[in-house]
Ligand binder design. Sequence first.
Ligand code: FMN
Length: 344
Amino acid sequence: MLVSLADRLYRLVYGGGLARLPEATAVRVGQSLFRALPVAPLRTLRVDDPRLAVELGGVRLPGPLILSSMYYDVRILRRAMALGFGAVTTKSITVGPRPGHPEPNLVRVATPAGPGLVNCNGFKNPGLDAFASALPRLRHERPVIVSVAGESPEDYQRLVDTLERHADLVEANISSPNTRLVYELSGSPTRVRALLRLVRDATRKPFILKLSPDYPEENRRAIVPAALDAGVDALNFGNTQRVDEPRLSQRAGGLSGPELFPTVLETVRELRRTVGPRVGLIATGGVDSPAKALAALEAGADAVGCFTAFITQGPTFPRRVNLGLLEVLEQRGLRRLSELRTPG
Ligand SMILES: Cc1cc2nc3c(=O)[nH]c(=O)nc-3n(C[C@H](O)[C@H](O)[C@H](O)COP(=O)(O)O)c2cc1C
C-alpha cells in the first residue's frame, strides 16, 4: 500500500513536475523535498533480510545496493539509509570548498538503453573542514563510505587522515571526468601508485579505489596491479564516462545510466578473474533493475552501486532490487547472495 503510494507519488513529482523543469532546478527542488520527508515512513519501504547481507572489505553490508557518490548532505544520506541501501557513499570531498562548475552542469539524455544523465558537477562540496564537522552527525544505521578527491597524492592523504575516523570504508576517487586534475590521475599510474601508498598508510579502514571506464589499458596494465600491491581492499568499477555535451557549461561531462552497463559487466567479470576471490568488487554504472544487479553479482561483484536509477525510478528502487534478488535466491534454493557468483 505504502509502496504503491510512494511509487505513484514519485511518478507524479518526478514525471509530472521535476522532469519538466530545467535539471538544476529539478535537483534543488528534489533534494529539498527528500530532505523534508520524515525518516520513519521511509524505513517501512526497506527490505530487511539476512540473506541480502554481503561483505565488502571485511565490513558487513545489510544489502548489496550501495548509493553511489553524489550527496554530501547528511540529511539526504540518512534518508537513503532508511530506504534500504546497504551502504551510502558521500560526495567526493576535496580539501577546499568548491562551488562546482557553473550551470548548466547536469542534463538528461535519452540513450538507446534508457534514460541517463550527463553531468559536469565539478565536485560541488563544502570542503574538508566543514564536512569534517557535519559528518559526525550522521548515525551509521548502515555503513558509510567516505569518498575523497584531490589534486595531488598529498591531498588524498590529508583528506583520509581527517575523515577516516567517521568512515566505515574509505573510497579514493581518481576517475571523475569533470576536473582535469582528478581525471588525469587515471592517466598517470606513477602518481596513482604514490597516492595509494599514502592513503594506505593513513588508514586501516577498508580502502576502495574507484576506477574510470575511460582508461581500460591503464587500469589493466598499471592501476589495478598498483592497487593490489598497495593493499587496496576493494575496487569500484566505475565512474561516469566522458562525453561531449554542448548543452553543459564545460561542453563535456560524465555520462551515467544504463548505457554504461555492458562495459561494467564485462570489466567486473575480468577484474574478478584478475584479483581473485579476496579483493572486494563494486559494480557501478547503469544498474537500473534487479536483473542487472543479479548479472553483476553473478559476474563477480560483491556489491552494486547506483545513482542514476535512484533519480529516474525513485525511493522504491532499493526495495525493488532487494525483493528481486530474494526471489532469485528462493528460486535457486540459495542461502546468500555470494552463492550467486558463477565460476570463471
Ligand atoms: C551529478 C553527479 C555527481 C556525481 N558526483 C560524483 C562524485 O563526487 N564522486 C564520484 O566518485 N562519483 C560521482 N558521480 C558518479 C556516480 O557516483 C556513479 O559512479 C555514476 O553515476 C555511474 O553510476 P549510475 O549509472 O548508477 O549513475 C556523480 C554522478 C552524477 C550523475
